[in-house]
Structures are given as C-alpha cells and as structure tokens.
Design a protein around this ligand. Structure first.
Ligand code: BMA
Length: 339
C-alpha cells in the first residue's frame, strides 16, 4: 500500500504568479486546454511551445467530460516571458492534419532546447503502436520541424541537455517498465548519443523510491541548467492516493503531481549529487487545486535562468493552463542536499 501524503507545500523560496499566464481563451485557435509548455530565451525574446488540446466530441464529453480530440503544438513569443504573448498564426504541429508517417497520432508535452545554435523539440509522441519519445529539429523561424529520432514504446518525458557532455549529446528520459514492479513505478534514466539519432549507454539516474514525496512515478521536466555546482535539474513527482475521488472534470483522479529539484554531476549526469527532500512546487493556487480538467497537477516543461540569477519555471497546472513560478538559482541549489 503506497504511503499517503496529506498535504504538500511549495518551498518558501518559490514565488508563484497568482494567476495563470496563459489560458485557453488567449489562443487564436480552438482550445479546450493549454498546458505543459516549454520555454526558451531565443533571439532576444521568450519563445514558448505550448500544448493545445482541442476539439469537441459530444459523446466523449458526455461520457468522460473530455472536450478535446486533437492536439496542437503551437508557438508564442513574448518580450518579458510573462505577458504580451504573440501567437504564431499557424500551429507548428496539428494532430488533426495527416502526418508524413501514418504511424504518428499526435505530439504533446513539448520541451524546447538549444544546442550549439540549433533548436530542438523533445515531445511525447502517440503512435498507432505505442507511446514514444521524439526528438525533432526546429527551423530557425519555428515554423517547421524535422523528426530526428524516436524511442521504442514505452518512453517519454525526453529532455536534452543544452550542451554536449564528454563529446556526446545527452538526454534524460522516463521509460515505463511494468514487468519489474507491476505498475507505475517509473524512474529517470540518462542516455547518450554521438549524433542525436543513435542512443545508448543508458543508465538509471534516480529511482522513484529515492524521492520522499513520490509513491508512484517521477520524470524529467525541462532542460537541465548548467551551474558551477552541477546540472540543476527539475523533476516531476507523483503521489497516488486511491481515496481521492472526484477531481476536476475527471470523475476520479487519484494522482497528484508536484515538482522537485536535483543536482547532477557536470561530467557524469548519471550521478545525483544533490536532491531536495521536499517538493519545490506543490498545487496550492485555485487554478491548481480547485479548477480545471485534472486538479493537483503541476507539470513543468520549461525553465529559463536570467542574468540576475532568477529562474523562471513554466508549468502546466491541472492540465488546463500555463503558470509561472520564480526562484533564485542560489536558493534552488541550497535545496539540493546530498542524497
Ligand atoms: C502525464 C502526461 C501529462 C499530464 C500528466 C497529468 O502522464 O500525460 O501530459 O500533464 O499525465 O495528467
């Protein structure tokens, strides 16, 4: 029987903006839910790749309260990373349109990373034969993409490190092995590649049982940030409590997603050299606990380190909107105790 965690709070060093920075009504496209957005600073402005679940299927809505049938990955830009978002006029990817590869059904949970001047998108990819982790190169104007590689099923939450380590590309990822432990007991892994196509040298980074506020699964969030002390790396962490009943629009939702923070060795990112023993961000605001599709979901996909040490953390809240929290990089490092 998993442990039950009655209440979890965000770390005191975290400041949340009191209201979401983006909601469905802001988008120029049909949108039921906008969430889990990746963000990067690029050419003097903030670029967001967001997830827009849209479409109305009357039967699905009546049976499951789901009023979305397709997913857009779209691009928005802002001068300050907080407001004034300008939306690119066409979706980058729209799952309602045919893909070149008919296996592909949709992309979601996008992360955007720059390595050696090139932009990459990491995203979960649903296909006819399973859920895969995808890496694509983006054009400079973010209007098109080229798929570079995809994992075998079941793997997702891929995120690239923003630079090569020891001459190799490196990614964090979250496979979903069920044979060893029976159900969701999913961990964070690292893999390496000479060219972003061929991946290997995979190693376990962090097991779910090592995270004191998780009893279900964990996963990578956004690109790790290089600091003098190590790679500052956010994670998401899930605790499940079967006694949780009705939750948001969902008839039952037993999980809660929080964010955590860890520090990885600069030369060997399979080594965890520090980890916060309590959540970094927990659901507290009305948009996180009382509203939306699935309540109590904090799902970061983007972090930006500013010159003054502020870290902007962009997260999806309740699978329904995009929120923003900030913390100083030194405070985040201070949370990373030795494991
Ligand atoms: C995960 C993904 C995310 C989602 C989260 C909470 O498994 O599907 O897109 O935000 O669940 O529902």
């Amino acid at each position: 029987m998993p442990k039950v965690f009655p209440e979890l709070r965000s770390a005191p060093c975290v400041t949340k903006r009191p209201a979401p920075i983006m909601t469905a009504g802001d988008l120029p496209f049909s949108c039921s839910l906008v969430f889990n957005a990746g963000v990067i600073k690029y050419r003097g402005e903030y670029v967001m790749v967001y997830r827009d679940d849209y479409g109305t299927d009357k039967a699905a809505f009546e049976n499951e309260r789901k009023n979305f049938t397709a997913t857009i990955i779209g691009v928005a830009r802002s001068k300050n990373g907080v407001d004034g978002w300008r939306f690119d006029p066409e979706p980058l990817i729209d799952s309602a349109l045919p893909f070149d590869d008919p296996e592909i059904r949709r992309f979601y949970d996008p992360r955007i990373i720059m390595i050696e001047g090139r932009l990459y998108l990491c995203a979960a990819m649903d296909t006819r034969h399973g859920l895969r982790g995808a890496i694509a190169e983006l054009s400079e104007d973010l209007r098109s993409y080229r798929l570079i590689s995809a994992t075998v099923p079941d793997n997702r939450n891929l995120v690239l490190f923003p630079e090569k380590i020891g001459g190799e590309f490196v990614r964090l990822e979250r496979p979903m092995p069920v044979y060893s432990r029976g159900r969701d007991r999913f961990d964070i892994w690292v893999s390496r590649s000479p060219d972003l196509v061929y991946w290997g040298k995979s190693e376990l980074v962090l097991g779910v049982e090592q995270v004191p506020f998780a009893n279900d699964k964990i996963g990578p969030t956004s690109a790790p940030i290089r600091t003098e002390k190590g790679w500052l790396t956010l994670i998401h962490a899930v605790d499940r409590d079967e006694s949780r009943g009705k939750n948001g629009w969902e008839p039952k939702w037993a999980k809660r997603y929080t964010a955590g923070v860890m520090l990885l060795d600069l030369e060997d990112p399979s080594k965890v050299i520090g980890m916060s023993r309590a959540p970094l961000i927990a659901p507290e605001l009305p948009a996180e606990t009382d509203e939306g599709f699935r309540q109590n979901v904090i799902f970061p996909c983007g972090t930006v380190l500013e010159d003054d040490g502020e870290v902007k953390i962009y997260y999806g809240a309740s699978d329904t909107c995009v929120c923003l929290a900030t913390a100083h990089v030194n405070d985040l490092l201070a949370l990373c105790e030795k494991p």
